[in-house]
Design a protein around this ligand. Sequence first.
Ligand code: ADP
Ligand code: MG
Length: 244
Amino acid sequence: MSPVVRMIGVCKHFGKGEALVRAVDSLDFEVSEGEAVMVTGPSGCGKSTLLQLMGGLDLPTAGEVWVGGRRIDRTSERARARLRREHVGFVFQDFHLMDELTALENVELPALLAGTSTGRARRRASALLEEMGLADRGHHRPAQLSGGQKQRVAIARAVVNRPTVLLADEPTGNLDSVATTEVLRLFDTLRANGQTLVVVTHDQRTAATAERIVSLRDGAIVEDHILAPSTVNAADLLSGEALT
Ligand code: ADP
Ligand code: MG
């Protein structure tokens, strides 16, 4: 089975000469189908750059990037936009919701853009909001939601087109511990349903819930640990329930 994400000798360098920054440097990386990977490392080590390359939001200066069996670093912006719409779900630290749309409209928008009929998009968005525990928040706008609720809407939106891979950049970075636990529980559920996901975090607590942890330093992978399958639910571990 070919990996869902494959990066071969990938570099992303910014600037020149004395100002050259090797944000990602000769990096090889693969993610298998159904895998949940946490990418961790200090600020500035290249986590966000790596995720943007993986999702076709940015192009490498060298190397190959493959997603779902397609090479994406040599394709047009238009083809990459389509790939992102249909195969990649993004979750950001600051949610990136559309303020003027309701929660339901935010979630259904990518489905409509991908050509899903209005009826189907609405049903799928409603079902997802319900799964995210937000059935009664569908008609609220982002400003009327808490941070944790906004991030759950953003996660519903990210998976509405059933992406090949879900990419999240510091998804709990703006959340308190209760909302963090909720979001991690959702990732657990998605993973249990077979969703491949790559989550970037500098938070050790969040990273500790993964089954595979990749550590980055200066744009390179310095550790890649696959952990034994845990019988402890990640969210319970965080909330302390597993310890009682
Ligand atoms: P992280 O997400 O781990 O904090 P980033 O991927 O954002 O790290 O950044 C990695 C390095 O690349 C940093 O040194 C950062 O300053 C640099 N960098 C990121 N984006 C750009 C850019 N557009 N232009 C110049 N340097 C950049
Ligand atoms: Mg970052």
